[in-house]
Design a protein around this ligand. Structure first.
Ligand code: ADP
Ligand code: MG
Length: 405
């Protein structure tokens, strides 16, 4: 039972990139674990052959989902069939019939829970499974004190082992997560240092060029040439602006924070982005709750909102609608939602969102989301992403609310 857990975190997460294949390999490993469990039970005379097949079944299903669950259950039944059809076989089938739907029911909740709740769910399910097993076996064979004693020890043992293995899995997972985050922040640090150095080095010659261009621009020059000079200056200014954008995440600039009304800020952002959205045939609908105040730097907030909005618009090459809403939540946050009807993202794509240079667009930079995440984090907020492929995406930005005195 330990081998699948350690194999998963040492080899499979490193070598196998697609989650489908990971699931497949894990199902096989848990399957092997089940076969071992069932091959080496502990015999308690007449009363029971006890083993812990529930644990690979439970962990495999809770972490894998519906199909691994069905696969593992089928494996249990087939392997039990190999020992011959007896009361024990019917017992196995009935127990699975009663417990698998319950496990699958709780799997969704498990998948979206945090560590503590996961442990509770897993232990609860182990308890339920053993209880069902105990009851059905009792009904088929008859209850006795001796039988109950053995079964209750089995039940407690199964629960303790489930508890231990779930904690083990979750702890390894946390450590891994932490390591990934550290690698990510290291990457960010290197990039931001590089960009700020580059940006400064490029900016200086550009300033010099701009100065000389202005000197060339004498009044008696033919209008064609004047136009060229003007164009060159404008292009230089544009390049300068791009560099400025880069620099915003380069240095840890001091946050000049102030009290901001999110609604009016959002109106401003929508105005800025309007012409861009028209190019894409995208309509923007807004609904802002008036009394939304946060403490933040308005320019940075603008930038992060514009980045997210631009992505929303770009996700709909054939036009569509973007909804922007802003409300105050009960738990003291301001919730800004930006929802599109675009191409959407898979789970893997969502997971990679915000890592530097991750872009699926031809001329994308893969920096927009990274900057947005960083800005929102610097305001002590967070960004949640719900997305469905070909349906659309919703970005939810949560920021701590302040009251306006
Ligand atoms: P860029 O826009 O330059 O590609 P971003 O960091 O802004 O870089 O976005 C990274 C990637 O995330 C995009 O290339 C896109 O694949 C995906 N993405 C972001 N927002 C959305 C969205 N609203 N709908 C679909 N995909 C999105
Ligand atoms: Mg973008």
């Amino acid at each position: 039972m330990v081998i699948p857990i350690f194999t998963y975190y040492t080899f499979i997460t490193e070598w196998v990139k697609s989650s489908k294949n990971r699931n497949l390999i894990m199902s096989v490993l848990w399957g092997i674990s089940i076969l071992f469990c069932m091959s080496f039970p502990v015999d308690f005379g007449e009363n029971a052959r006890l083993e812990l097949r529930i644990i690979p079944l439970l962990l495999g299903t809770l972490y894998g989902g519906v199909w691994p669950g069905i696969f593992l259950s089928a494996l249990i039944i087939l392997y039990r069939l190999y020992f011959g059809i007896s009361v024990g076989f019917y017992n196995t089938v009935f127990v699975l019939l009663f417990s698998l739907p319950v496990i699958l029911f709780f799997q969704k909740m498990f998948a979206s829970s945090k560590k503590d709740r996961r442990v509770k769910i897993a232990v609860g399910l182990a308890f339920y499974y053993c209880l069902i097993g105990l009851t059905i076996f009792g009904i088929l064979r008859g209850f006795s004190i001796e039988y109950l004693k053995v079964q209750i020890i089995h039940l407690i043992f199964a629960m303790v082992v489930t508890w231990f293995f779930t904690i083990l899995t979750e702890t390894i997972r946390e450590i891994r997560q932490m390591r990934l985050e550290m690698e990510n922040s290291e990457k960010l640090r290197v990039i931001s240092e590089l960009t700020s150095v580059f940006a400064h080095e490029i900016r200086n010659p550009m300033q010099v060029t701009r100065g000389f261009l202005q000197l060339l621009n004498e009044p008696d020059l033919p209008s064609k040439k004047k136009e060229y000079i003007q164009l060159s200056i404008e292009e230089l200014d544009r390049a300068n602006e791009i560099i400025n954008d880069f620099l915003t995440f380069g240095k840890p600039t001091i946050n000049h924070n102030e009290r901001i009304n999110v609604g009016s800020q959002l109106h401003r952002v929508v105005n800025i982005i309007q012409s861009y959205s028209l190019n894409y045939n995208v309509e923007i609908k807004t609904d802002f709750f008036d009394d939304c105040w946060i403490y933040a730097n308005p320019q940075k907030l603008n930038q992060s909102l514009i980045n997210i909005l631009k992505n929303a618009i770009e996700s709909m090459p054939n036009g569509g609608m973007v909804w922007i809403t802003c409300t105050a939540t009960d738990d003291g946050n301001i919730k800004i939602s930006i929802k599109d009807q675009g191409i959407g993202m898979t789970k893997e794509q969502i997971a990679r969102l915000g890592s530097p240079f991750y872009s699926l667009k031809e001329s994308g930079t893969g920096l927009g989301m990274m900057v947005s995440f960083q800005i929102v984090r610097s305001f002590k907020g967070k960004i949640l992403v719900n997305s469905e492929l070909d349906r659309g995406t919703e970005f939810i930005i949560l920021l701590p609310r302040v009251t306006y005195e």
